[in-house]
Ligand binder design. Structure first.
Ligand code: COA
Length: 144
């Protein structure tokens, strides 16, 4: 089941899956996590939170219109490849379409390109390095 969750609930999975458990939860906080127009989604299997993602209202210089940035996309290792991430992002797309948002974008890790492409995202521009994490590209999905 997909639910809106708090900015605190996203932190353990962010750390475990995106930072290999190397950080303290408070070190996984993003600048816009607490912004009024940010929302965080979680997928629960029973009581267990197994997938999280955060959505920050954030323009990208290359695109026009109202935009959100997808950040902190993480599915618990035992639950990856079961379509849970796909369902979570599709929920957000429908929600954002209802809010008249034009596009969703993210800085995608190379390993996750196929995941985002399967949701309809397109690759934009050149590779760039995020220190300690690796090669990324911007990915973009027009939602209306
Ligand atoms: C990337 C990530 C968030 C995707 O989440 P997920 O829940 O595994 O995503 P899904 O299961 O919806 O899709 C993943 C793959 O499983 C496939 N899949 C979907 N339903 C499936 C099912 N029922 N059975 C098997 N595979 C399935 C999808 O086709 C997709 O494959 P592809 O990417 O090779 O096309 C997850 O793998 C993860 O947390 N990775 C580590 C962190 C990371 O890289 N985050 C992204 C940072 S930019």
């Amino acid at each position: 089941m997909i639910k809106f969750i708090t900015k605190e609930q996203v932190l353990p999975l962010r750390n475990e899956i995106l930072r290999e458990g190397k950080l303290k939860p408070e070190e996984c906080i993003f600048l816009n996590d607490a912004a009024a127009d940010t929302f965080h989604l979680g997928y629960f299997e029973g009581d267990e939170l197994v997938c999280v993602a955060s959505f920050h209202k954030q323009l990208h210089e290359k695109f026009e219109g109202e935009a959100y940035q997808l950040r902190g996309m993480a599915t618990a290792a035992n639950y990856q490849g079961k379509g849970i991430g796909n369902r979570l992002v599709n929920f957000a797309i429908v929600y954002l379409r209802g809010k008249k948002i034009n596009y969703l974008w993210c800085n995608a890790r190379e390993k996750a390109f196929k995941f985002y492409q399967s949701l309809g995202f397109e690759l934009v521009g050149d590779f760039f390095d995020i220190p300690g994490i690796g090669n990324h590209k911007v990915m973009y999905l027009k939602i209306q």
